[in-house]
Design a protein around this ligand. Structure first.
Ligand SMILES: Cc1cc2nc3c(=O)[nH]c(=O)nc-3n(C[C@H](O)[C@H](O)[C@H](O)COP(=O)(O)OP(=O)(O)OC[C@H]3O[C@@H](n4cnc5c(N)ncnc54)[C@H](O)[C@@H]3O)c2cc1C
Length: 422
């Protein structure tokens, strides 16, 4: 049997957080997995894994304990996808996911019962559940209000130490900033180029020599997240040795380096788990075969491949990922044409104020699933016995405002795989 004749146990449609997580969990369970997808939220993420931070969104109420927040959300919004999950399943999913990242050299940390206060590129504080190890010292320094210096670079857009200090001035009085020339860098600088440059230990030494005169009286030094592409912890550890200070990273504005770091981990890690990845390719056609299996066309033109799978996980996101599509009249699911829960008409998609604290109804549109995460058809029953769904495409949640993006994607992917493999 050639590769193209193979019958896969599962086709994962999507390569964002939900698709990556589903492919990881399914391959870990010994399933034969093929995955297709292009750019998703993961490529633009800050690298923080949110579980549940804000509820009710209209009050902007922030939670330190994500588990209490989830309980409150499920009580107040019973159709929220977290209502279909047990705490144990959410915990296991996050442990496996972050364990995989850590094994692949991108270590993640956090506390079991508490959100971590992480510093955003704007200098505001966000409650999130897991952060890259390279950001952790920033949260510790913030918690202690320790003397700290934020470094930024002439020519680097999307990150201002000065703005960060101004935003935090009442909360963190011993925070200062300095802007320096990046060693050998002139004109406009981009995070990815700086990250490559910092792979060279000599550049790190020159960097520390430029900053040291400004950092004599601080305990912590914070940088925009440019400290290496593939092995940021190695760069951080070396800078700590050179400086004798604690070092941390703060994400830059999207697209930041956190996305390429995560994608690189999955690009090398999933194939080594046996997953066949059809990168930067979308499912263009799906056919149901005799016996119930799916046949997918993936990609177009000469690069098109056809794949057969016994089951599928739909993890195509919402509008950003292209899982949902809007014409002048309605919102449509783009692969299977599944029914989409949505306001009755276009006028109901958005509230009149862009920054309305309640958010916009279009941002809770999506597909409904049964208790096994199978999308419902028009009859209210599962559209297919062997189709499951996970991530942002699920209805009744506004991940952006509730601050539950990656956590919800990972946990629902875990449950979808569990159900598929029963
Ligand atoms: C700018 C930005 C910042 C973010 N920051 C954070 C953060 O700090 N913390 C956090 O927890 N979350 C964050 N998120 C949210 C997170 O990245 C995810 O967007 C969210 O969790 C949903 O993930 P998803 O995989 O369901 O969908 P998406 O990320 O939207 O991915 C959908 C995937 O489906 C693929 N797809 C679509 N149609 C097809 C098709 N026909 N065939 C094959 N594949 C298809 C797309 O190519 C894509 O790979 C951020 C998102 C953005 C956009």
């Amino acid at each position: 049997m050639t590769r193209d004749d193979a019958i896969y146990d599962v086709m994962v449609i999507g390569a964002g957080f939900a698709g990556m997580a589903a492919a990881l969990f399914a391959s870990a369970q010994g399933l034969r997995v093929v995955q297709a997808g292009a750019t998703g939220g993961i490529d633009f993420s800050t690298g923080f894994i949110d579980l549940m931070g804000v509820h009710p969104v209209e009050e902007g109420h922030r939670w330190n304990n994500p588990w209490s927040a989830i309980k409150a959300v499920v009580r107040d919004c019973p159709k929220h996808p977290y209502g279909l999950l047990e705490r144990r399943e959410i915990e296991e999913s996050l442990d496996i996911f972050t364990g995989f990242l850590t094994e692949q050299g991108l270590e993640y940390v956090g506390r079991k019962e508490r959100n971590t206060c992480a510093i955003t590129p704007a200098g505001t504080i966000k409650r999130t559940y897991r952060v890259p190890r390279t950001a952790w010292n920033g949260s510790v320094a913030l918690g202690k209000k320790a003397p700290a210096l934020i470094v930024d670079f002439h020519g680097l857009k999307g990150f201002s130490g000065k703005q960060l200090v101004e935003t935090q001035q009442h909360n963190w009085p011993e925070l200062r900033s300095v802007r320096i020339d990046f060693p050998g860098g002139r004109g406009e600088l981009y995070p990815e180029h700086l990250a490559w440059a910092l792979a060279d230990p000599l550049i790190r030494e020159r960097l520390v020599a430029s900053i040291a005169p400004h950092a004599a009286d601080v305990e912590y030094v914070g940088f925009p997240a440019v400290l290496g592409l593939n092995d940021p912890q190695k760069v951080v550890t070396h800078l700590e040795e050179l400086f004798g200070k604690r070092i941390f990273e703060i994400p830059t504005l999207p697209p930041s380096i956190a996305g390429p770091r995560l994608r690189a981990v999955f690009d090398r890690g999933l194939p080594s788990q046996g997953v066949r990845t059809l990168s930067q390719k979308l499912v263009t056609q799906v056919r149901k075969m005799d016996g119930g299996m799916f046949q997918f066309d993936v990609g177009s033109g000469a690069a098109r491949v056809t794949v057969v799978a016994k089951a599928a996980i739909l993890a195509t996101g919402r509008f950003f990922g292209k899982g949902l599509w809007a014409d002048r009249e309605k919102l449509t699911e783009s692969v299977f044409g599944l029914p989409v829960v949505q306001p009755e008409n276009r006028e109901g998609w958005h509230r009149s104020e862009f920054f309305d604290p309640k958010g916009h109804p279009a941002n809770t549109a999506g597909i409904e699933v049964d208790s096994r995460f199978r999308p419902l058809g028009t009859s209210g029953l599962p559209a297919y016995e062997n189709l499951f769904a996970a991530g942002a495409i699920l209805a009744h949640q506004d991940w952006m405002r509730m601050k539950c993006g990656a956590g919800l994607a990972i946990a629902t992917a875990y449950k979808a795989v569990e159900e598929l493999n029963k």
